[in-house]
Design a protein around this ligand. Structure first.
Ligand code: MN
Length: 286
């Protein structure tokens, strides 16, 4: 008994990520990051100019935090403080960009980020991208949408079903935006071996029914195949929006995590010669 208390459970992540522009948009304004310590999805806000710039700024800041965290031993990290600082930094960055270029004023992005601490996550969430947990065959949403319709659901004025069909279901009440303070939800999420986590943009859950998402997430042992299946389902539903997924399995450390090269994709992945590519090389050497 004593030994199990001293030897804290320490697990590892096996992760995959994918993004697709969809069937109707010209530009992919989603970005995502997946690595051994951090998972994140950012959706540049529809109806705002230059959402791709905003989601790239958010995911670049997440990748920079990932580079500062040890890939293996989480001891001593204060992940809630780290994530709060990153979110505040993203807002400052959006403010700076807005000051330099009037066209970039009022651009915004969602951000759903999960920092891995070895036995659980710290989540930072703003907007209407989502986190889900698949445990014992059930898929549960672990983030709360910052949307007008979710506020109406909370107030008892709409059911979840009505909210999902609401014509203004994507109108946000909170986002990362230049000219306004960020108010992220930051909280702990427990995790155990066998858990599978999904982060995705609304291009997935807005068009693919919950049960189809659950069945895709539960349908393959390989996170890569789950990502590909979800992108296929969203495109099969018409692909009206950009589509982005990150899938991560929690494994006992003894299982090893296999491929651990971090992925930066979508709008943030476009600038292959830029600072992110250099960051990627540094991480691969580490
Ligand atoms: Mn979207």
């Amino acid at each position: 008994m004593r030994a199990s208390m001293v030897c804290m459970a320490h697990h590892v992540l096996r992760f995959a990520a994918g993004t697709d522009v969809g069937q109707r948009r010209k530009v992919n304004e989603d970005s995502a990051y997946a690595g051994p310590r951090l998972l994140a999805v950012a959706d540049g806000m529809g109806g705002h100019p230059h959402g791709d710039v905003a989601s790239r700024a958010a995911i670049t800041a997440i990748a920079e935090l990932a580079a500062r965290l040890s890939p293996d031993l989480p001891a001593g990290d204060d992940l809630a403080a780290d994530l709060a600082a990153v979110v505040a930094g993203i807002t400052r960055r959006l403010d700076d960009l807005g000051r330099q270029d009037a066209e970039l004023r009022r651009m915004g992005t969602t951000l759903t980020a999960m920092a891995w601490g070895g036995a659980g996550f710290t989540v930072a969430h703003v907007g209407d991208s989502r986190g889900y947990l698949l445990r014992d065959g059930a898929l549960v949403q672990i983030t709360r949408d910052h949307t007008m319709v979710q506020s109406l659901v909370d107030g008892g004025q709409l059911t979840m079903e009505e909210a999902a069909r609401h014509p203004r279901s994507s109108v946000l009440v909170r986002a990362l935006q230049s000219g306004s303070d960020a108010h992220p939800d930051i909280y702990r999420q427990d995790a155990r071996p066998g858990d599978r986590f999904l982060l995705c943009s609304d291009g997935v859950f807005g068009y693919v029914p919950h049960e189809a998402i659950r069945s895709a997430v539960a349908g393959s042992a390989e996170p890569e195949r789950v990502v590909a299946r979800l992108i296929d389902l969203a495109n099969g539903a018409g692909g009206p929006d950009n589509i982005t997924c990150v899938v991560a399995d929690v494994l006992p450390a003894s299982a090893g995590a296999g491929e651990r090269v971090p992925l930066t994709i979508g709008a943030a992945g476009r600038d292959a010669a830029g600072p992110l590519a250099r960051l990627g090389r540094r991480l691969r050497r580490a």
